[in-house]
Design a protein around this ligand. Structure first.
Ligand SMILES: [Zn+2]
Length: 233
């Protein structure tokens, strides 16, 4: 039931979950407008999930979180391949001081003779730790996440072009993500002679985020057999 009084009906989640595009849209729209999309229940992490279902967007144990991250990186890698810049995910040979590897690296120079190294992160706009900043400035959480990433990857030095790719669950992108997107979009346009190629890339990334959001919400649920008792949709 939406706050405006409109009840979502005719849609129900089954074990097939996100296979149904309409269900994905329903969850996405429900999150956007703040509708009550689920009964209150307990997440796998033990936290209570309230009717708006938002807890899954930031829960580290939600099954959809990794899928969202992987999907964003795959879109970037495939876009790079389209412009003849092969890239590898989680490259060997470069790592932070704590041993963690970045999400991706181009296998040939990206600019000024240096390969591109990127690391993507999707932070929840509405998470308790972010909402104070994001309520004042759109994209504040993504920008902060990018700053943190830059700090963690300072060890890479000048041998690489490092660009964090920070986005938020409700849409805003960080400044570094916009830089990479703008550059990559122009190369896609030049390669395809299609002026809409950049817009298509933006749509693919946005869809990856929204699909991941829906998967994250569903990832807080108990066994599939109980879903009909929980979801209104
Ligand atoms: Zn949780």
């Amino acid at each position: 039931m939406c706050k405006c009084g409109i009840k979502f009906s005719g849609l129900s989640f089954t074990g097939a979950g996100l296979d149904h595009f309409t269900e994905f849209i329903a969850v996405t729209v429900g999150l956007r407008i703040g509708a009550e999309i689920t009964e209150a229940h307990r997440c796998h992490c033990g936290t209570t999930v309230y009717r708006q279902g938002r807890h899954g967007l930031s829960c580290r144990r939600s099954a959809g979180r990794q899928a969202r991250h992987a999907s964003i990186n795959d879109v970037i890698r495939r876009a790079l391949a389209t412009v003849n810049v092969p890239a590898t995910l989680e490259p060997n040979g470069i790592a932070r001081d704590d041993g963690k590897r970045p999400d991706g690296m181009t296998l040939i120079p990206w600019s000024r003779g240096r390969p591109l190294v990127w690391d993507a992160t999707c932070v929840d706009t509405l998470a308790a730790s972010h909402v104070t900043a994001t309520s004042r400035e759109a994209g504040a959480a993504a920008a902060n996440a990018e700053t943190n990433k830059r700090r963690k990857y300072e060890c890479l030095g000048q041998d690489f072009i490092f660009l964090p790719f920070g986005v938020e669950t409700l849409g805003p992108w960080g400044p570094s993500a916009k830089v990479l997107f703008k550059d990559l979009s122009q190369r896609l346009v030049d390669k395809s002679n299609d002026p809409r190629a950049g817009a298509y890339l933006g749509q693919r990334i946005s869809l990856a985020i929204q699909r991941g959001n829906a998967a994250s919400v569903i990832g807080t649920l108990p066994a599939a057999s109980d879903l009909d008792l929980i979801f209104y949709l």
